[in-house]
Design a protein around this ligand. Sequence first.
Ligand SMILES: CC(C)(COP(=O)(O)OP(=O)(O)OC[C@H]1O[C@@H](n2cnc3c(N)ncnc32)[C@H](O)[C@@H]1OP(=O)(O)O)[C@@H](O)C(=O)NCCC(=O)NCCS
Length: 292
Amino acid sequence: MGRTVRVKSFELAARDINQVDVKLLHALSTGVGWPHRPKDWDFLRRAGHGIVAVDGIGRVFGSAMWFPQGREFATIGLVITSPRTQAQGTGRWLMEQVFERCGDRNLALNSTDAAYHLYLSLGFTKEATAFQWQGEVVATNPALPVLDGELRPSSAEDLEEIAALDERAIGINRHRLLALLAENASICTLRRRGEIVGYSMNREFGRGRVIGPIVASNDRDAIHLTAVHLKALTGQFARVDTREQTGLFADFLQQSRLGMNDTVATMSKGKRFLNREDDEPWVYGLAGHALS
Ligand SMILES: CC(C)(COP(=O)(O)OP(=O)(O)OC[C@H]1O[C@@H](n2cnc3c(N)ncnc32)[C@H](O)[C@@H]1OP(=O)(O)O)[C@@H](O)C(=O)NCCC(=O)NCCS
């Protein structure tokens, strides 16, 4: 019979996420099968705040981050506990500290299946499903609708106008986040009569590139704002996260031969997060699960 030993349980302490080596964060996310690279963690630490759960010798067993946008709202993400310590209360303990730090902000997150009941029990309500499309981009893209307007590569100079459009689409001022994303993104805008009516970004993340955010006023515009990046990424790994389940944009993603990898539930606590209005711009592609 194999010999066994029962080791003493250990205590975890909360630390600021900036106090730990990025390699430990990378090991934590890899341990739950997530694609984040050290660079992605570095970016997320610049974009938001976080805590980690560390043991007495500095090993990281959990994380949780929050990303304030404007004064009244924050998204939550990177909620992870290492498999060895799961189902022992660490996830809930981390979330309680996030709540303390977020005060009375309205909150939104994208929940995996594993975390869904935890978030429900913490007062979050499901608003939508987000679909994660990803794969190697093939050369033959689906037929495109007629383009109404002018697609243009864009630069940081357009950021003010992009942020204003984005705010109409998501109801939150994401100017600071968009400026950070734009530092390393290829950005495309769609203009009609000189005005920006849609934009999309494509940037490095995880296994390849993420196309997002994608903000557009209708499905046809969103298709063009996505196709322009897909075309440039032929042969590379790309990912698009969207809440579109039906309609031309959803059909386009299906036809683009990216695979549907996973779904997450968009949940909120406080004010309702997703408020789509007819003829107003809308978020067709997420910046990321943690950033919405
Ligand atoms: C989701 C996750 C963070 C939860 O962390 P955790 O440390 O296991 O959470 P807790 O121990 O505080 O458990 C929270 C609740 O979920 C329940 N729970 C945890 N793991 C469970 C499991 N495998 N099956 C069923 N219920 C489970 C617990 O019973 C607990 O409920 P209770 O407080 O009413 O008893 C963790 O499972 C994880 O890191 N998963 C992989 C990454 C992930 O999906 N993160 C979420 C991103 S949105």
